[in-house]
Each structure stands twice: as C-alpha cells, then as structure tokens.
Design a protein around this ligand. Structure first.
Ligand code: PLP
Length: 396
C-alpha cells in the first residue's frame, strides 16, 4: 500500500518548480538571453571567497579526513554551535550558548523539526500569515495539523492582528512568522512584533498553554534602505528561530542551518530535548559535517548583499514606471506585483508568451499577485523591461 497523500505530493510539482523546469526547456529552444526566469529563489550572488577558502583549506589540511567527514553529535558539532551562538550574541545582545542550537539541513528541516516538536495531536492548528512560503502548508498538514491562513493587513501587507485573533483557539499550537517575507519582501516592523507578542501572551494565558512563534528567518540579513529585521526572539520568549545559510551566505545546495531554542523560553531545556527528539524522529541528525566546520569559521559573514539592493531598485523603478503596482520590498529578494487581471494564473500564462516566468500568488494564500524573484543578474532585469512593457500593453 502507498501513502496516498505522499504520492500526491510527489507526483505534483510545486508551481515554482514547474516554472523552473519550463524555463530550462524554453532556454534550450530560444537561448538563455531570450528567457527571463524570475521563478526561483536561488541566490545569484557569489558566496564570499572566505567560505570557499575555508572549505578548501579544511579539505586539504584536516587529517585524518574521517575527522572532517565523520558523524558529528546528532545536534551538531559543539564548536559550530558555539560559533553560531557567539555570532547571535554579537548581533542581538543575547547570551546563548551552543546548548541552545540544533544544526539542520537548512530552514526547511528547521521548520519541520519545530512543527514536529510542538504539534502533539491531530486536532491542532498552526496559523500562517498570508502571503506565505508555499511549503508551510505541506509541512503543517504532513504532521496532521490544520494550516489556518490569516489574511494580511492591506495595503502594508503587515500583520493583521484582528484577523489572527479570530483564528486563534485553544488548539493553536503555533504561528509561523516569516520576516523578511517571501513573497512580499515586507519586514514586519518592531511595533507589529510587539503587538503580536502581547496578543499571543494574553491568548496563551487564556488557553493555559503557550502559543509558540516559529520564526522563519532565512532572509534576516537581506534588508534595504538601512532597515534591520527585528529579532522576534527578543520580543517573545516562546519563539523558536529557524535559520539557514541558504540565502544570506548563498549556500542553498549545501543544506546547512539551525533551530535556536532561546534560553529565555520558559522550560527551554525541555523544548530543546523535544527539538532533538523531533530531529531524531525525522532522521534529521548530524547536518552536513563539512559545512558545519565551514560555519564554525564563517558564521558572521554574508555574501555581497548590496547586489540585491541594486536589483531591487532597478526592478521596482522599472516596473513602477511602466505602470505596474508593486509592494516596495524592505528585504529578501522578491517583488510582489499586482497582476493585471483578477486571475494571476492566467496573467502568468500570458507573461510566458513574452518569455517572462513569474509565479502566481494563489499558493502563497493571497490571490491576484505575482512574485518576481530578483536574485538574478542586473543585466537580465534590464533586458527584461521591454517584455514587461509589452505584457502591460497587451492589457490596454
Ligand atoms: N523559508 C522560506 C521563507 C524560504 O523562502 C525558503 C526557501 O526558499 C525556506 C524556508 C527553505 O530554505 P532552505 O533552502 O534553507 O531549506
């Protein structure tokens, strides 16, 4: 017998993957300069030289090599965990140690581990704030919980507290917060995080159990115009932080990230044990060892993020000038744009006629928009502008 749900998940690609594959096919037909693939969040900025040098030096100098390639502790090598704790302490004035960290294969693994650790019965629900990273629904529903979608506050795309309050109940295990947000690019301001923390604190008291925030932060360092991403764990003690080096350090294929269980969380040691148990039950133990050792030396680094800032301005200014309505991104590398017809899927189909590959927002829980991933070359953005203009004019 087959698990029908898993069969369905595996036989139907995500819209993003579907477009990405279509793009490859189209490039083979018309050449790479004639396809404008804005579908996927694969960083276009090189990882820093120091990361490459560290990996090479480890490979060349560590003997015996079993020290480099061998299993680490299930929760990660202590020196990697300590280095990350030190980096977090420096960034956020905290006092974490390696004991607060569990290393993972990227943010996706961090999220499934956290969900596994906090969902304890099939009648529970987890709230996601639209627009949201499409995989949240898969991760939540695969644990048997209900994924409840909270609409955004418009026009800011901020946190819609009254709508969230209506969705919370005694069976709410957690809410997932993603800032800077994929796909809107919004960074939730500190006042909104504080108001959210106050609401969750009062609801946790009312229901007699904590409602956790699972804070998904793979884009934390990618912020524009002097903005900084508020660190949710500083405002709400019952926060689990999911991080990865996929975006800020341009290492998505290496699968390295972590869960932080802050020491400010009441009974954090119990939660840490549950995170270890969840990692164990999912088989997510011992994150890739070479990359743990690289992170030990490179945790504070980021790629040259100023390149995304230039791309952001180029795309935002270009599309606004043509007449598109865009949400100005505070961070991440996505532009959220109003589709020129009600049905974003059909808008994206028309965009394909101009070899523009855009992602419709339906699966992000916020129909009527498209996501444009601008982690591409600035040159491609410039070359794509006539196609965007033709698409716009086709609606006149
Ligand atoms: N969370 C968000 C919001 C993302 O955009 C992504 C990837 O694009 C992930 C999690 C998964 O990240 P990772 O590749 O580190 O697993």
């Amino acid at each position: 017998m087959l698990n029908q749900k898993m069969y369905e998940l595996g036989s139907r690609r995500s819209v993003i993957r579907e477009l990405f594959e279509y793009g490859k096919k189209r490039i083979a037909e018309v050449g790479p300069d004639n396809v404008y693939d804005f579908s996927i969040g694969n960083p276009s900025v090189e990882t820093p030289e120091a990361v490459k040098d560290t990996a090479v030096s480890l490979l060349e100098t560590v003997k015996p090599t079993t020290k480099l390639h061998g299993y680490t502790s299930a929760q990660g090598d202590p020196s990697a965990r300590n280095a990350i704790a030190q980096d977090l302490n420096q960034r956020f004035g905290a006092s974490y140690t390696g004991n607060n960290l569990y290393l993972t294969c990227g943010a996706a693994a961090s999220l499934t581990i956290c969900l596994q650790a906090v969902i304890d019965s099939h009648s529970q629900n987890v709230q996601v704030l639209a627009p949201f990273f499409t995989e949240y629904r898969v991760f939540i529903e695969s644990r048997g919980a209900e994924c409840r979608v909270v609409p955004p506050a418009l026009p800011s795309f901020g946190i819609n507290l009254p709508a969230l309050e209506k969705c919370l109940d005694a069976n709410t295990a957690a809410i997932i917060l993603n800032s800077p947000n994929n796909p809107s690019g919004v960074i939730y301001p500190e006042e909104e995080i504080k108001a959210l923390a106050a609401l969750l604190k009062s609801k946790s008291q009312e229901f007699g159990h904590p409602i956790y925030i699972i804070s998904d932060e793979p884009y934390r360092e990618i912020a524009y115009n002097g903005k900084k991403t508020p660190f949710t764990a500083s405002f709400y003690p019952d926060t689990l932080v999911c991080y990865s080096y996929s975006k800020g350090l341009s290492l998505p294929g290496e699968r390295i990230g972590y869960v932080l269980v802050p020491d400010t969380m009441p009974e954090w040691e119990k939660m840490y044990a549950a995170i270890c148990g969840a990692g164990r039950s999912l088989g997510f133990i011992c994150a890739p060892a070479l990359w743990q050792h690289v992170i030990t030396k490179c945790a504070p680094l980021t790629s040259d993020l100023s390149i995304y800032a230039k791309n952001r301005d180029l795309l935002l200014n270009g599309l606004t000038e043509i007449g598109y309505t865009c949400v100005p991104p505070d961070g991440a590398f996505y532009l959220f744009v109003k589709a020129l017809e009600e049905d974003a899927v059909s808008f994206c189909e028309r965009a394909k006629q101009f070899d523009l590959l855009l992602v419709p927002s339906d699966d992000f829980g916020c129909p009527g928009y498209v996501r444009i991933a601008y982690c591409v070359s600035g040159d491609m953005i410039t070359r794509s502008m006539p196609a965007f203009r033709k698409l716009f004019e086709s609606y006149k």
